[in-house]
Ligand binder design. Structure first.
Ligand code: CA
Ligand code: CA
Ligand code: CA
Ligand code: CA
Length: 360
């Protein structure tokens, strides 16, 4: 795949095309590997189970210009987690006084880790947020979609060893070998689990340089510099130490759980994929550090049909979003017809500023 470097504006503008290239090739349909990604996907065992109800088929397309049938029944959703074997409870470790981190909860990520065409599910786990030694803390869980047999917990079999106090999951094939990899955001060090292509994962966080020991809430993969590999945006939240927590009290002097405004924000991070298994922390260079952000969520999207791509960040507060807004506005001006999109973006930022958009 051609390698070229772009500045941050060009990087954001070309995001959509790159994402399309990356997502158009699923398991077993990869393009010729790049020089830096020479692994060949291992053969995947044929699925023996009956067809899964979770493998979706595209809905039939309505004829062009057709009006939706108002009488068509609305699909209903039924809770089948127990019947399908998805038995998992996120443990926030709540006991004694309330800690900020206990209120957030964990995340989940769909991936097809074994390339059998059925989406599997990765779920965060928490544990004791005050445990300095994470060795005894519960593991995140990986459930394999076994079709009609339901979901099977394959955490141990897949060698998923992730004991951080989990907050979020981002799935992406960061080494372009055709197998979904998993990035886990934690209160404390984050974890990058590389899918080895043989049904197991390996913790490559240290070699990749993406630990980020701050309170990280969520993350997203996207090829921000259009060099053919996925880069990583990590949302960081508050400066808060569960081992030495800020004491907050209400007007009556009673202990209460703290509010985000009681604490300083951690800047976000953006890791640029070097293509050799390591990442460059580049948020400041790209103007994406969001120094005033108390970020809980990130969304990467095409901002306008006229544009190749744009990135939107919706965070708990507007402070520090100026750099991102500037990039988007410059990009839109360069392409023309930008007023409406900028107005919409400003509305979103204003919503975040007054607290109406707390979490993406
Ligand atoms: Ca699967
Ligand atoms: Ca991979
Ligand atoms: Ca972290
Ligand atoms: Ca990239």
């Amino acid at each position: 795949m051609q390698v070229r470097r772009l500045g941050p504006v060009g990087a954001v503008m070309t995001l959509c095309t790159a994402a399309a290239l990356l997502t158009a090739n699923g398991c077993g349909e990869r393009p010729a590997p790049r020089a830096t990604a020479v692994r060949t996907p291992a053969p995947v065992e044929p699925a023996a189970e009956p067809e899964s109800p979770f493998v979706l088929s595209p809905a039939p397309r309505a004829p062009a210009g057709a009006i939706a049938d108002a009488a068509r029944p609305c699909p209903t959703l039924v809770d089948v987690h127990a019947a399908r074997g998805l038995l998992h409870v996120y443990e926030n470790g709540e006991r004694g006084r309330s800690l900020m981190v206990e209120a957030i909860g964990g995340g989940a990520g769909w991936l097809d880790y074994d390339c059998d065409g059925r989406p599997d599910l990765y779920l965060n786990q928490g544990g004791d947020p005050t445990a300095q030694d994470r060795g005894g803390q519960p593991l995140d869980r990986l459930f394999r979609n076994a079709g009609a047999a339901g979901f099977v917990d394959v955490t141990e079999r897949a060698r998923v060893v992730e004991r951080g106090y989990g907050q979020g999951v981002a799935v992406g094939d960061c080494d372009d070998d055709g197998f979904d990899d998993v990035y886990v955001t934690n209160v404390g060090g984050n974890t990058l689990l590389r899918n080895m292509g043989d049904g197991t994962f390996t913790d490559v966080t240290a070699a990749a340089g993406v630990a980020d020991g701050r309170w990280s809430s969520s993350a997203a993969w996207a090829d921000l510099d259009l060099d053919g590999d996925l880069d990583l945006y990590v949302c960081n939240y508050l400066v808060y130490d569960p081992l030495d927590p800020l004491e907050c009290r209400d007007k009556r002097g009673e202990p209460r759980i703290c509010h985000p405004r009681d604490m300083e924000p951690w800047p976000d991070e953006c890791y640029v994929n070097r293509g050799d298994g390591s990442f460059e922390p580049a948020a400041r260079r790209l103007g994406l550090s969001g120094p005033g952000n108390k970020a809980l969520g990130v969304a990467v999207a095409d901002a306008c049909a006229e544009l190749t791509a744009a990135a939107h960040l919706v965070t708990a507060r507007a402070g520090g979003q100026g750099a991102v807004r500037e990039v988007v506005e410059r990009m839109l001006r360069a392409r023309g017809g930008w007023e409406a999109v900028v107005a919409g973006y400003r509305t979103a930022v204003a919503g975040a500023a007054d607290g109406r958009t707390g979490r993406a």
